[in-house]
Design a protein. Structure first.
Ligand code: PMP
Length: 388
């Protein structure tokens, strides 16, 4: 009797379960917001990347509806074939003008933007240096490119300099890749130092602005604006799916870079163009971010309020140092993180447990929104003090 070639899947699932790494999904009903219906129960939502509370905003919904009414539901093909619409160009121009870059190009997701950009920029004769905590899309882009890949210790500028001194001269091109806000830790990459290293060693630098777009910087333009580095040469990748409340990704940079990506990025060329609904919603979101700076101000007030309450009322909690809208409570094990995550839900708080292999150590990840009210934040702290 030949062996069942699929039996390993069940065995693997059992191993994942034993390690407390098993994941399942919970349905949210209705529009996203600071409170949501999770499996039918109302909870305060600290699990969302919708940092400005735009995903349920009427104006984004109208932006999507208008685009669908005018252009239909599907883009029908790749941008290079039947998929290109003027609305895509409008969105790209608005991203470039917001970020003060020469041009931008939109992808169907942030993940695809990273895969496509990295695979297009480097190849077999090249070197990638990647922060060890980088997002999966950066790591997989690096693998897809075929370049030599070396991880450097998290945000460690001296370690990166050593690696560059040792290896840079052996390769044709070199690309440094990093999250600008680390999605599971909430800290920031040392951008000014990375820009200097890139100059010193003649490297390209790519930052992933997924969690900094419409979060960092005075106008929400991201990490470059935050560090007052706008105008320096860099490759900025980001997503339309988090603070911008839509779906899709982008790369912003020089006109040559963007022109090159349109010719060489496989995940742009060989996939269907961003849908009209997503494009229309993202355009509306960028307008709102620029017209309503008070949203960003409120987001940062909320972050500071939560930090202050935790410091005052729960000083024993291990809060990872953070400079973004993501706050993480470190816990000793995956089992403990799961227990806390489940207890939070039972008490009306949605803040998920994040466990290995996504992160090296288990934690509860709290993402703040501009639309959280003081009472939401106070409830979170009082529930945490009850269960921890
Ligand atoms: N980069 C980072 C740092 C992310 O957190 C994510 C989303 N989890 C992505 C890229 C991918 O973006 P998208 O969801 O638009 O594919």
């Amino acid at each position: 009797m030949p062996q069942d070639p699929y039996s390993w899947i069940q065995a693997s699932l059992a191993t994942i379960q034993r390690a407390n790494w098993y994941r399942s999904v919970l349905p949210i009903h209705g529009r996203p917001g600071a409170t949501v219906l999770l499996s039918g129960k109302e909870v305060i939502n600290f699990a969302s990347n919708d940092y400005l509370g735009l995903a349920g905003d009427e104006r984004l919904i109208q932006g999507a509806i208008t685009a669908v009414e005018k252009l239909g539901t599907g883009s029908t093909g790749s941008r290079l074939l039947s998929g290109h619409r003027e609305l895509h160009r409008e969105l790209e121009e608005s991203i470039a003008s917001w970020k003060q870059t020469e041009d931008a190009v939109v992808f169907s997701s942030g993940y695809l933007a990273n895969l496509g950009a990295i695979a297009a920029l480097v190849g077999k004769r090249d070197l990638i240096l990647s922060d060890e905590y980088n997002h999966s899309s950066l790591k997989n882009g690096a693998i897809l490119s075929g370049a030599e890949l070396i991880s450097y210790p998290h945000c460690h500028v001296a370690g990166l300099r050593n690696l560059l001194s040792q290896y840079r001269q052996n390769y044709r091109r070199c690309l440094i890749i990093t999250d600008s806000v680390f999605s599971m830790d909430g800290d920031l990459c040392p951008l000014p130092e990375l820009l200097n290293l890139a100059d010193d060693f003649s490297c390209m630098l790519l930052i992933d602005e997924a969690h900094s777009t419409a979060v960092l910087g005075k106008t929400g333009a991201g990490c470059m604006e935050h560090f007052q580095c706008t105008g320096r040469t860099i490759i900025q990748v980001g997503t339309l799916s988090k603070a911008l409340g839509s779906l899709g990704g982008y790369v912003a940079g020089s006109a040559n870079l963007i022109d090159y990506l349109r010719n060489r990025a496989p995940s742009w060329i060989y996939t269907t163009a961003l849908s009209p609904a997503d494009t229309g919603a993202a355009l509306a979101a960028i307008q709102i971010v620029q017209q309503e700076p008070q949203r960003l101000v409120q987001l940062w007030r909320n972050v500071e309020y939560l930090k202050r309450l935790i410091q005052e009322q729960l000083p024993h909690l291990k809060l990872l140092p953070t400079q973004s809208s993501i706050l993480c409570l470190q816990l000793p094990s995956a089992a403990e993180a799961l227990r806390v995550g489940q207890q939070l839900i039972s008490k009306g708080i949605f803040a998920p447990a994040i466990r290995p292999p996504t992160v090296p150590t288990s934690r509860i990840r709290i993402s703040m929104m501009a639309t959280h009210q003081a009472a939401h934040i106070e409830k979170l702290v009082s529930v945490l003090s009850e269960i921890l």
